[in-house]
Ligand binder design. Sequence first.
Ligand SMILES: [Zn+2]
Length: 245
Amino acid sequence: MSNFHETLEKHFPKAVVDVVFLGETTKQLNELNFNRRNTLTGISICQDEILTDFRTMTELIWGNIFMLGGLGGLLISGRTGLTAFNHHDPDTFSTKRFLFIIGTHIAIDSEGRLGSIKRVNQRGMSNACGSLLGCLSKFKRFNGNYKPMFDRQDIAQYFVESSLVNYQLEIIRSSHPEIAITEKALEITLKDLEEILSKHNDFRGCDIAVLSGIFIHAPNDYHDFIDVRTCYTTRNGIKKDLKLV
Ligand SMILES: [Zn+2]
């Protein structure tokens, strides 16, 4: 087994290849009457170019997508973005249907190192997620006492850091801080999404599908993996979990 697979097995034993995730979820959602004609899709994943393939595959399946996320995959578009998103639904149908795909990401390189990636056309290694790992290095450098400063010209990173700042001790003390910060960012994004949706009158009575997970980038241009997390639909007010693994 390669070093990559060893690390993947150890930390994300249930991860599936991204195309399997998209195929399986699409099949289940189609059966529940979500399709590209009647559903608008919004995604909150990091802006990193290594997620381009996933975004493209999602667009091929679900049509044009609304970008809800910023660095780290956090839901930076907030209430205003979600209001615009809501108003762009395919309105020839009696029920409004929305699909949300949210995810954070982490790379594993060929040596099995977490957070490290050799990008196409680059000689050296770099970080993924650079935003989350940059935030982690500040938490470590300040020994868990880091205080983010507002910076209009670095607003997306400020949003990441201020979203995670209350968890910095828990993150740096965990056995694998790179994974801990990736998990926490996903948890915060899912909570933000659900809180905004629950308080937002425009989403009342809409059918909602939520897919979430951690994207894991593999070395050598292999497909990404996804460690699938919370996935469900809410139709006519009734929540139903999707089972993928
Ligand atoms: Zn990123």
